[in-house]
Write a protein that binds this ligand. Sequence first.
Ligand code: SIN
Length: 317
Amino acid sequence: MKHEKIVILGTGGTIAGTAASASDPMGYVAAQVGIAQLVAAIPALAEGSCELVTEQVAQIDSKDMSFAVWAQLAGRVNHFLVQPDVQGIVITHGTDTLEETAYFLQALLNPAKPVVLTCAMRPATAPAPDGPQNMLDAVTVARHAGAQGVVAVCAGAIHSALDVQKVHTHRLDAFSSGDAGPLGYVGAGRLRMMRNWPAVAAHHAQSAIKNIADLKGGDSWPRVDIVMSYAGASAAMVNALVTDGVEGLVVAATGNGTLHHALEAALLQAQAAGVKVVRATRCLQGRVVPKPGDTLPDANGLSPVKARVALMLRLLG
Ligand code: SIN
């Protein structure tokens, strides 16, 4: 009799993808195989002492991730987190927006149990798919005593939701935690931790439920967009977005948060008009180090896409 449960939630992605021809590595369609079928195809998963519960939350290519799916996913994760016999949660997800979902769930739910996102760079029908090993590793992490918070597991590395970024278009080891480095590594059923698990306050079911309720249907989420600073940037994008009713803007700035003067003037004008503006960096590594007198707040180390999620949640709150 197995007393502890690991819940595996499917959302789609390449891990659930199928290809017509095994010889065409890019010619596949993501999000085709159901989560129950994916799990059943990995017999080693059933060998552990935990009961595995599967649920299909969505079946999408993660480039099409929507607020409605996020709200649904957050609700299901919270539903299972509060059950005492659930030890941890694994979420299968496409690689393309995995880091946004990971940050969203961490910021919203602050889970004291492990919530492990995993994925694949090759479809399920590939001659040597990477999904099954990633899934085994993700379950190993979800079962690990003391594991907590939202993490991503891919190619043997465990990344914190705060740091993880997709950095490669097709390599199996497509994710990096930048300067911070991975939280640890997983292989052969064991973990080797390099840093502590993300610090989490106790998971407060009531505040999580309120946060999820605040997400509403999805259509009414605050409009936050991302603009970029580059050679020859102008005010045009910012002005068009402000005219269109944007509520928040994240700017992917150059270097240590610097901005083309024309773009900066437009952003300051937008801020003065009530739009919330946040400065992240377009550099893959490092963070914007704030200086006295900064007029546009920095993203507190978040990448532009995560800073956008943080700003949306702030505006919702
Ligand atoms: C997706 O993000 O759903 C497709 C790409 C991938 O999973 O690698």
